[in-house]
Design a protein around this ligand. Structure first.
Ligand SMILES: [Zn+2]
Ligand SMILES: [Zn+2]
Length: 182
């Protein structure tokens, strides 16, 4: 059986070079578990303004994922063929002030929001977004949060949590992933 595939789609991100660096870093994280196929979509998506909560100026992340699922209906196959959108902007879900990203495993779609991950150093920015992309793909493949604070699957409440964790999975998550990815 072929490796699971992830299509990374820019939403409002004009820079394909930036996304390629993210994908390069993110795909490395999956190598110890057997590897994923990650592709950057050259064609971006433009998210309709109806997905933005105008009182908060934030995307409603659950609605964004549903919208992407309808857009990529013919491609998606949960756990086998997934879509991750890198969204230039901020997102939230009900009950939280913001999210760095949201995965909806049952439809195979995740979105990552770049606004709060921005950094003066381009290298740090790429690293932060890559970590969140890896984290959300981990959820799409069936992983939960990890109690190891250095593992990419640890929950991040703040950008300093994101900086603390590594871009890779701890040994226990690698083991779980390699079982989930067959
Ligand atoms: Zn999470
Ligand atoms: Zn872990």
């Amino acid at each position: 059986m072929s490796k699971p595939a992830v299509l990374v789609v820019p939403a409002g991100m004009g820079d394909v070079g930036f996304l390629s660096r993210i994908v390069e870093m993110a795909s490395t994280a999956f190598e110890p578990a057997g590897g994923l196929r990650m592709l950057v979509s050259l064609e971006g998506v433009s998210l309709p303004i109806s997905l933005v909560d105008l009182d908060r100026m934030q995307y409603r992340a659950e609605d964004v994922n549903r919208y992407l699922a309808s857009m990529f209906e013919g491609y998606l196959e949960p756990r086998r063929r997934m879509v991750v959108a890198v969204v230039e902007g901020d997102g939230y879900v009900h009950g939280l002030n913001f999210v760095f990203g949201l995965a909806t495993p049952e439809i195979g779609v995740a979105s990552v929001y770049t606004r709060r991950l921005e950094a003066l150093s381009p290298g740090l920015y790429v690293e932060r977004v890559a970590k969140e992309v890896v984290h959300e793909i981990g959820h799409l493949l069936g992983l939960g949060h990890c109690s190891n604070p250095h593992c990419v699957m640890s929950f991040s409440n703040s950008v300093s949590d994101v900086d603390r964790k590594e871009a890779g999975f701890c040994n226990s998550c690698v083991l779980k992933l390699s079982r989930l990815m067959v």
